[in-house]
Design a protein around this ligand. Structure first.
Ligand code: GLC
Ligand code: GLC
Length: 814
């Protein structure tokens, strides 16, 4: 069953009924001002940091699930009837409804009682504000007298404190109202120099800024007293809960259409210019007023929207493919790339499942997110790399997370996740291959943000690599520390008290438990670092890295191979995890995927064997589960993984993030059919038909799909913020379609399904546009290349001479 359809032409997903199984959301903003918006206008906004600069309030885990947002009410002033055009919160049965989620904007439109209303929500590029462009049309044969009410609830900035510290917060709320603009200025008097504003393009008939006055006591957003009455009370919030609502009264002739614009924004003032007049406590509104006036003008709002459209056309235009599979095309050309922007911006901080107060930017996560983002805005990827590496510790280890506003490592979570440092090498490698910007390696970057500790970025990579060499366990495999990629495999934790964090509780000093996953990652990162060293002219150093890699591969063969698949780890007692010796959790996906993608066992058949085992033991029609058999009880020596009910999350759920590792592994052994088949099983577009089972948005990846042990097998959870976005983008574009960035140019190495006759693609790379045409002339993956009409040996397209802006590539597969 479907709840809408893809409009690929307009790059939109169109939702045609409001009661989707879960809120289906979109992101507004892609730089500093962000909003989350659901298909019924739920959600919230923040500036840069969803925890510390929350602009509007949102209550997670509400009933209904999604309540609170950018709600508009329409009221027929003749009959007194009122409704919300976005369905929520009044839930009137609308005559028509559609929500179009597009690239950085959402349009929600509906018709009720002969009145059409359509609101377009977006954040203009380069501005710290959002625009709601509401168009109301009277389709009745007679005139209509309508009231329009806007509504938002302000958050008192720190979202965590806002949801807990009521004894203080109920007394601090403050607003100003001037010329119909509502200014939210809680704490502005003292230590803040930022405020929010909420403006309306029409002359207003009234306003409310105190929640209780607007809603009325004992009422909710579905039935605000002011809307019912058709009259606001011009309330001024002193403490309690500041809100913003404008009341506009308009008369419509039959057939008449009118536009009302609301602008909600964030503004900072220089410390010494906070007040106007300077000795007052009144906000200096000079700069805010300019920007408000600009976007309340319909022409300017339209122009800003047009700019946003062009921006996304250009971004998505950097890589476009035309394959025989519509789901591949749609995800690569539109939605997967779009999701990569969201994961780059948010890491795992703010979604409908990540509350924006729990996590900063993950070191591991953000480095991996670069794989799907770096080609879009390499300048921002560069900045992110430098920020991340500045939180690296002198040991080479890393803070697991950092806070985007302060850019400091997060002390609450600390470090000791022994895979973390290697992801920096992977992230930097992806950046170098995309851009050829070798200068980044010479950038001075501090350790732990300590002034004076700056060393070239390259040295950070060296320390990352050494970090593992200095932490090898009894089998010569890397010690796992708190956890590796699998945050829930906590082999040193031994937690037996409720409420302890599995990830930060460490009860063993950790000199025994080892990770075969980190060993695979070490192989990949080591090869990458060797390449980087060689390009820096450090041949001997490169050789030494490769020697360590070879040693690690030998160790994996000796202690990390279980006969038919790769072992996952060794626990604190030196016993295997993910082995046929175990009663449960005999085989894990991570090492099958990561070792094969890193090339371990390609020559001697281990890779092929591991992938066969994966297919036999872990694959389901909804994707590949994390391990089997699922843990049916709590194993204190394994940690959080065994705390989840079977089939969910890391306990044998389909943890989508690691499926592309197997997909890439399949391409490495030349199996394009299997690779694309696995790609399709978790492709959200390909799952659209079963939206009633999948339940999450069909246009973006979710972190997890319930595994075969779960009663809800096939149900997705935690949409949007997941490493799945970047990894799948990387797997399909660089490994299946095989348009792969390398240090020396673009490689063409497709491993596509046998049934495909070929495909076309355009890829902008280092300022040059490559038009690529791939044709099948046989069943294999052997490539012969013609570049600009001339055959060339091998499969590396050399960089063209400076000045050449287009290159035509023809690849024949045999
Ligand atoms: C979450 C985390 C990621 C981790 C994964 C597996 O997606 O953000 O860092 O690798 O779970 O536990
Ligand atoms: C929880 C989640 C896991 C995530 C981790 C990150 O343990 O289950 O998926 O990676 O939190 O903090």
């Amino acid at each position: 069953m479907k709840y809408g359809y893809f409009d690929d032409q307009n790059r939109e997903y169109v939702i045609t009924q409001p009661n989707t199984p879960l809120p289906w959301i979109n992101y507004l903003g892609c730089e500093a001002y962000f909003g989350l918006i659901s298909n019924t206008a739920g959600g919230y906004s923040f500036y840069r940091d969803a925890r510390l600069r929350r602009i509007t309030r949102y209550r997670y885990n509400n009933a209904p699930f999604d309540l609170g947002g950018r709600y508009i009410y329409l009221r027929d002033d003749t009959s007194g009837e009122f409704w919300s055009p976005s369905w929520q919160p009044t839930q009137h049965k609308l005559e028509q409804y559609s929500c179009r989620h597009g690239m950085g904007y959402t349009t929600i439109g509906s018709k009720y009682s002969g009145i059409e209303a359509c609101a377009r929500y977006f954040v203009p590029l380069g501005e710290n504000l959002e625009i709601w462009q509401l168009t109301v049309t009277n389709d009745r044969p007679q005139a209509a007298e309508l009231s329009i009410f806007s509504s938002i609830e302000f958050c008192l900035w720190d979202a965590q404190d806002d949801s807990a510290n009521f004894q203080r917060n109920f007394s601090i709320g403050q607003v100003e109202i001037e010329d119909g603009v509502i200014y939210h200025k809680t704490e502005y008097r003292e230590r803040r120099d930022h405020f929010a504003f909420f403006a309306c393009s029409e002359k207003i008939a009234g306003y409310d800024t105190q929640r209780d006055a607007f809603l009325g006591p004992y009422r909710g957003w579905d039935n605000p007293a002011a809307v019912e009455r058709g009259l606001c009370s011009n309330s001024v919030a002193h403490g309690w809960a500041p809100v913003g609502s404008h009341h506009v009264k308009l008369s419509f002739k039959p057939g008449e259409s009118r536009q009302v614009i609301f602008v909600l924004g964030y503004q900072e003032n220089p410390r010494d210019q906070k007040f106007d007049p300077p000795d007052s406590q009144i906000i200096n509104k000079k700069t805010a007023k300019t920007v408000i006036a600009k976007y309340l003008a319909a022409g300017n709002a339209d122009a800003a929207f047009e700019k946003l459209r062009v921006y996304w056309s250009e971004l998505l235009g950097l890589c476009q493919v035309d394959t025989p599979d519509v789901h591949t095309n749609r995800m690569v050309n539109i939605w997967n790339a779009y999701q990569c922007m969201a994961t780059f911006n948010m890491s795992r901080s703010a979604s409908f499942y990540e509350s924006g107060i729990g996590r900063g930017l993950g070191f591991r996560d953000s480095n991996q997110d670069l794989l799907g983002f770096v080609h879009m805005v390499p300048g921002r990827a560069r900045e992110r790399i430098l920020d991340l590496s500045a939180t690296q510790l002198p040991t080479g280890g890393a803070y697991h997370q950092y806070q985007p506003l302060t850019k400091r490592g997060n002390d609450d979570v600390g470090s000791g996740f022994n895979d973390d440092p290697h992801w920096l090498i992977i992230g930097v490698g992806a950046y170098l291959k995309e851009t050829g910007d070798w200068s980044i390696l010479d950038e001075p970057v501090p350790y732990d943000n300590a002034p004076g500790s700056e060393r070239p970025l390259y040295e950070h990579l060296q320390r990352s690599f050494r970090y593992t060499l200095e932490r090898l366990g009894p089998h010569g495999l890397p010690l796992i520390g708190r956890a590796d990629w699998n945050d829930c495999l906590n082999l040193n934790c031994f937690s037996d008290s409720p409420g302890q964090s599995f990830q930060t509780t460490t009860n063993k000093d950790g000199k025994v438990a080892e990770s075969v996953f980190i060993a695979g990652l070490f192989v990949l990162a080591g090869c990458e670092l060797a390449d980087i060293a060689r390009h820096r002219g450090l041949a001997a150093e490169a050789c030494s890295y490769l020697a360590e890699v070879a040693k690690m591969e030998a160790t994996i063969r000796q202690h990390g191979w279980d006969g038919e698949w790769f072992v996952r780890a060794y626990d604190d007692f030196g016993r295997k995890v993910g082995s046929k010796e175990n009663a449960e959790g005999k085989i894990f996906i991570e090492t099958q995927g990561f070792c094969t993608l890193a090339g371990v066992g390609l020559e001697d058949g281990l890779a092929v064997r591991a992938l066969e085992s994966t297919r036999q033991l872990l694959a389901t029609k909804h994707g590949i589960v994390l391990q089997q058999p699922a843990y049916s009880k709590y194993y204190i020596e394994l940690g959080e993984i065994s705390s989840y009910p079977p089939g969910y999350k890391e306990n044998a759920g389909i943890f989508c993030h690691n499926n592309p590792w197997v997909i890439i592994g399949e391409t490495r052994v030349g199996n394009g059919d299997a690779a694309h088949d696995f790609y399709t099983r978790i492709n959200p577009s390909a799952r659209e038909e079963i939206s009633d089972v999948h339940r999450c948005e069909p246009y973006v990846y979710s972190q997890m799909i319930a595994g075969r042990d779960a009663p809800t097998h096939g149900e997705a959870k935690n949409s949007w913020l997941t490493g799945t976005a970047a990894w799948n983008y990387y797997a399909i574009t660089q490994w299946i379609l095989g348009i792969r960035t390398s240090y020396d140019g673009l490689l063409i190495a497709p491993v596509i399904p046998k049934s495909w006759r070929g495909f076309k693609a355009t890829r902008k790379f280092r300022g040059v546009t490559y038009s690529i045409e791939v044709q099948r002339a046989g069943d294999g993956n052997q490539v012969s290349l013609e570049v600009n009409g001339a055959p060339i040996p091998g499969n590396l397209v050399p960089l063209p001479p400076p000045g050449n802006k287009t290159v035509a590539v023809k690849a024949t597969l045999r």
